[in-house]
Design a protein around this ligand. Structure first.
Ligand code: ATP
Ligand code: MG
Length: 406
């Protein structure tokens, strides 16, 4: 016998309760973002490699170590998308939408990163996310963050979650801060991790995000962005925090929040949970005003977030099982009438099933075991049986939809 074929390392099947959790997260996010006026887009799961290499920063972990990049049969370099923002911005430009603003985008789907698989970390994983393209005002940031908070509330996990928020300032503030950081970390260049030594030259802000313990000690004493902010950047941040209060989103200023990717400015935030033992980020994002321009489009400001569905699925309680169907049972040679009833119920949006074989007794036994609430017994008369109580009553076909919906 041939060997059984296995799933590729770092991928998994969504079946049963895993699937129910996953789709509950997606459906909740789709519904809530709809309330905020977002529309769903689906962009391709693979893009020209440059869509990511140009935007995520040549030195980011994602680009240097984690991308699924390959040459296709035509010799083009293709990459399976590691995140959603770059593709949405590419789509905004190539669909000619940069003059039709704002665009409020929701997406959900698979992402791919070549990482070492472990609990909650996969090579194909899934994200939900939003992008609000066009407005440069802090109200846009507040709407985006508020939608994320609302989703966490509706998923029942908000009680363990805190919003950590920071500002990276505008270009001017960032340049001033960069100079200060370089001066500070250069004094300790010998003590920095190898990775952070490189960051010191290429992107010193990234050192603030370092996971290295010795780096973290140096980071604790580093100069703060606050001291380099222009008054405009400061006003932007203050207004955003006021809007968040108005929207009822609890928040906490955290100067160490810098997003991993290069294209962020002004707002950076993470919703962090304490429910997984160690701190875990469940939803993260920020403002990226330079990104669309960097991709060759006009200057279109943007703000958004993404959240890993696998991580959210681990935090929520199991969603209620799908509506238990009605089982239709032919009590003799009545299959034709039974099929009519089945058809009627489904047309009326009532979930209904029929056994594929067996006599009436067998079918009734199976209906009882299945957890169905009702059986419709189709014999000479039509009977509706409540499977929990065992009660049954004569009914007409016309009465069934109303009785079963009640
Ligand atoms: P981490 O520090 O956990 O690697 P990240 O900074 O790479 O996260 P982002 O690029 O901000 O993550 O992606 C947003 C979310 O996507 C994360 O908070 C996480 O929930 C999820 N995520 C990222 N990589 C994976 C993965 N390999 N498997 C499952 N979920 C992932
Ligand atoms: Mg990562």
């Amino acid at each position: 016998m041939a060997n059984i074929l296995q799933p590729v390392r770092g991928t998994r099947d969504l079946i049963g309760e895993d699937a129910a959790r996953h789709f509950h997260v997606v459906e909740t996010a789709r519904r809530v973002t709809g309330l905020y006026g977002f529309s769903e887009w689906q962009t391709p799961i693979f893009e020209d490699t440059k869509v990511f290499s140009r935007t995520l920063g040549e030195t980011s972990d994602v680009v240097t170590k984690e991308m699924y990049t390959f040459e296709d049969r035509g010799g083009d370099s293709i990459t399976l998308r590691p995140e959603g923002t770059a593709g949405v911005c590419r789509a905004l430009i190539t669909n000619g939408l940069t003059q039709t603003l704002p665009q409020k985008v929701f997406y959900a789907g698979p992402m791919f990163r070549y990482e070492r698989p472990q609990k909650g970390r996969y090579r194909q994983f899934h994200q939900i996310g939003v992008e609000l393209l066009g407005p440069a005002t802090p109200l846009a940031d507040a709407e985006v963050i508020s939608a994320g908070w609302r989703i966490l509330c509706e998923l029942g996990i908000a009680k363990d979650v805190v919003l950590h928020i920071n500002t990276l300032g505008d270009t001017e503030s960032r340049a001033a801060y960069r100079t200060k950081l370089v001066a500070y970390f250069s004094q300790y260049a010998g003590e920095l991790s190898e990775e952070s030594k490189l960051r010191l030259e290429k992107n010193p802000l990234r050192i603030l995000d370092s996971k290295d313990e010795d780096d973290k000690k140096l980071v604790a004493g580093a100069p703060q962005m606050q001291d380099c902010m222009t008054s405009e950047a400061k006003a932007f941040y203050d207004t955003l925090l006021n809007h968040l209060t108005a929207f009822g989103v609890p928040h906490q200023h955290n100067p160490h929040i810098v997003r991993g990717l290069d294209y962020y400015n002004h707002t950076a935030f993470e919703f962090v949970t304490t429910a997984l033992g160690a701190q875990g980020t469940v939803l993260a994002g920020g403002r990226y005003d330079g990104l669309v321009e960097q991709m060759g489009g006009p200057a279109v400001p943007g703000v958004g977030w993404a959240a890993g569905i696998e991580r959210l699925s681990m935090l929520i309680s199991a969603p209620p099982r799908a509506q238990v169907p009605v089982v239709v049972i032919p009590m003799g040679d009545t299959e034709a009438q039974a099929l009519d009833i089945l058809n009627l119920l489904r047309r009326e949006n009532i979930a209904a099933e029929i056994g594929y074989s067996g006599n009436a007794k067998k079918r009734l036994e199976r209906a009882n075991k299945s957890g169905a609430a009702f059986a419709v017994l189709v014999g000479e008369d039509l009977k509706l049986k409540n499977l929990a109580s065992g009660e049954q009553a004569d009914v007409t076909a016309a009465q069934l939809p109303a009785l079963l919906r009640a």
